[in-house]
Design a binder for this molecule. Structure first.
Ligand code: F6R
Length: 606
């Protein structure tokens, strides 16, 4: 979603701001802009890519500035709606949504302010301006303005009458500060500052901060001046650059063996599992857990759907998996002994955060976050945490985050099973052994790419596709369909294969490619009958099968043999071919796989 960069230095900050915006491009955006103070306020905006903005910025030079990539929520993507927004000499960039913007707009109009855009952000610019003209410094004006704002925001503000500072504030949307040597920065994401500093301060909700070239002041929501911990960001430039790959999605698909190995590193040399892998209080919390509620969105929700099978069969715990945006508005029955598990790549997804708060407000206090970003809001809001160590995921379509989430969730199911006396020593060591072999098995599955490319060539001309799976592989079929929709724009539906004859079979004909996940498990024979139903209607079948699945190729049926049968870990392996299928279909259709239309990475608004 939207991205913010701000910089104040003794040198020209324009290249720093532009580079920061480029590093935020992966979040998805439809316009970009920059405002600097160099004698007066200068603003440039563009509906093109950041490189277009860079071109028009030409020889612009200044030591103070703010910049933004916008993902439209209020008002169509256009130059007039692009940030920064201005009011007199005040300029503002904003991530989030101001919910009371309508009433504030009316109030500000009453005071004589004219609006030049359709955005909620413009009210912030006028509001800060209004407070400034009542006297006092920019810092106070921003603080007073934020008191009147309802909704979520991260903002950065500059004022031409005071070129020595940038004021920032956050509530419900991420914002961090970067500390340089005699220069300071702000950004919505640490990757935007990778080229200038690894020293990062994550602002807390309600914080307002003032940055000058050589000083920093942070005030919390209660008006106290506070010091916040400085973190050294572990992000390396290589981790957010393409290297030998053509796209980030391709890079991230191929990074999965390493990402899963990194995530499982905590257990690779272990002989036994301990609850403390999930945090200091996990032993106590897991003992009292009698049910699990998983909250997540999109791909992370699919990881939760897979985990339900593991948690119920291994740990014997009833598990409910809910789409976060639905759960938060639903009258559900709460259970104080339920462990609330949130799953999120970014840890900043607004719906997941809100669902967690909602679950807690209903007396479900025990929470565990499975997340890829160590300092994210989700991690900070949870009692227990497990970090997926996938590294930065830049492609909008989630790939390595998903498989590392699955690896983490297997561990969770195993630990909970052990705490509940359901995991014998022998089984524990066999499972640990399989986890150790998982990265190598993933590498072997990546080797099926040439066969997958041929499937993608058959799929790419079609407008629709069906994905089938049974049991724990049904959510993998859902993830395959989601990946395909997102990046190839081919309409895809996933069904539990047994559901086919209850409706979707009506769609099947020679124009409907059907992809099936058919490992040699206890449901294989049932699945084969479902596949017969497809063949009998002339549907073209593409089947991912194990070596010994006794499924043969024939007219209208293509089979790719999976190199390994991974037992319980099979869903993790079957994810990879479906990711590659979506990837190659999208490439064949000429799409930008890293930045699919209309989508954003890290959905920080409702
Ligand atoms: C799909 C995708 C999204 C995210 C969803 C949740 O490829 O990336 O569906 O999974 O927006 O995001 P996180 O995991 O950051 O909470």
């Amino acid at each position: 979603m939207c991205g913010i960069v701000g910089a104040i230095a003794g040198r020209n900050v324009v290249p720093i701001l532009i580079e920061g915006l480029k590093r935020l491009e992966y979040r998805g955006y439809d316009s970009a802009g920059i405002a600097v103070l160099n004698g007066g306020l200068q603003r440039l905006r563009s509906t093109g890519r950041v490189v277009e903005l860079e071109k028009i910025a030409g020889s612009l030079s200044a030591t103070v500035g703010i910049a933004h990539t916008r993902w439209a929520t209020h008002g169509v993507p256009s130059e007039r709606n692009a940030h920064p927004h201005v009011s007199g000499g005040v300029s503002v960039v904003h991530n989030g949504i101001i919910e009371n913007h309508d009433s504030m707009r009316e109030e500000l109009r009453g005071k004589g302010y004219k609006f030049a855009s359709d955005t909620d952000t413009e009210v912030i610019a006028h509001l800060v301006h209004d407070h400034l003209r009542q006297g006092g410094p920019l810092f106070e004006a921003v603080r007073s303005a934020t008191v009147e704002l309802q909704g979520a925001y991260a903002i950065a503000v500059i004022d031409e009458s005071d070129a020595g500072r940038i004021v920032v504030a956050r509530h419900g949307a991420p914002l961090l500060l970067g500390l340089g040597v005699d220069e300071n920065f702000a950004a919505s994401d640490a990757s935007a500052l990778i080229q200038v500093t690894p020293r990062i301060i994550y602002l807390e909700d309600g914080d307002c901060a003032e940055l000058s070239q050589s000083s920093l002041k942070i005030m919390d929501a209660f008006g106290n001046l506070v010091e916040r911990r400085v973190h050294i960001s572990q992000l390396s430039a290589a981790s957010v650059e393409l290297g030998q790959y053509k796209t980030f999605m391709q890079k991230e698909i191929f990074e999965q063996p390493m990402a899963v190995a990194n995530t499982l590193e905590v257990v690779t040399s272990a002989t036994a599992l301990i609850p403390e892998l999930f945090g200091a209080r996990a032993g106590v919390i897991f003992k009292e857990t009698n049910a699990v509620l998983i909250l997540a969105c999109g791909t992370s929700y699919h990881a939760g759907m897979v985990a339900r099978y593991w948690l119920e069969s291994l740990a014997g715990l009833p598990c409910n998996v809910e789409i976060a945006s639905e759960y938060r508005y639903r009258e559900s029955v709460s259970n104080p002994r339920c462990l609330v598990v949130t799953i999120s790549q970014s840890g900043e997804t607004a719906d997941t955060l809100a669902a967690l708060n909602f679950a807690k407000a209903r007396g479900q206090e025990n929470s565990l976050a499975i997340c890829n970003v160590p300092e994210s809001a989700l991690i900070r809001s949870s009692d227990l945490r497990f970090l997926t160590r996938a590294g930065p995921e830049i492609g909008v379509a989630s790939t390595k985050a998903f498989t590392t989430q699955l690896a983490s969730l297997v561990l969770l199911a195993m630990v909970l099973a052990k705490v509940r006396g359901r995991l014998g020593k022998q089984w524990e060591s066999e499972m640990l052994n399989s986890l150790r072999h998982l990265p190598a098995a993933l590498t072997r599955v990546l080797g099926t790419e040439p066969q997958i490319v041929r499937w993608a060539e058959c799929l790419a001309p079609h407008r629709h596709a069906l994905f089938l799976g049974r049991g724990v592989h049904w959510p993998i079929a859902m993830e395959g369909a989601l990946k395909l929709k997102e990046i190839s724009y081919i309409h895809a539906e996933a069904y539990a294969a047994g559901e086919l004859k209850h409706g979707p079979l009506a769609l099947v004909d020679q124009d409907m490619p059907v992809f099936a996940i058919a490992p040699n498990d206890e449901l294989l024979e049932k699945l084969k009958s479902n596949l017969q139903e497809v063949s009998a209607r002339g549907g073209r079948l593409f089947v991912l099968a194990d070596q010994d699945a006794r499924l043969s190729e024939g007219s209208g049926t293509d089979v790719i043999r999976m190199p390994d049968h991974a037992g319980m870990l099979s869903p993790i392996l079957h994810t990879i071919p479906l990711q590659m299928l979506a990837y190659h279909a999208a490439i064949l259709r000429g799409n930008d796989v890293d930045k699919p239309r209309n989508l954003a990475k890290s959905v920080t608004v409702e």
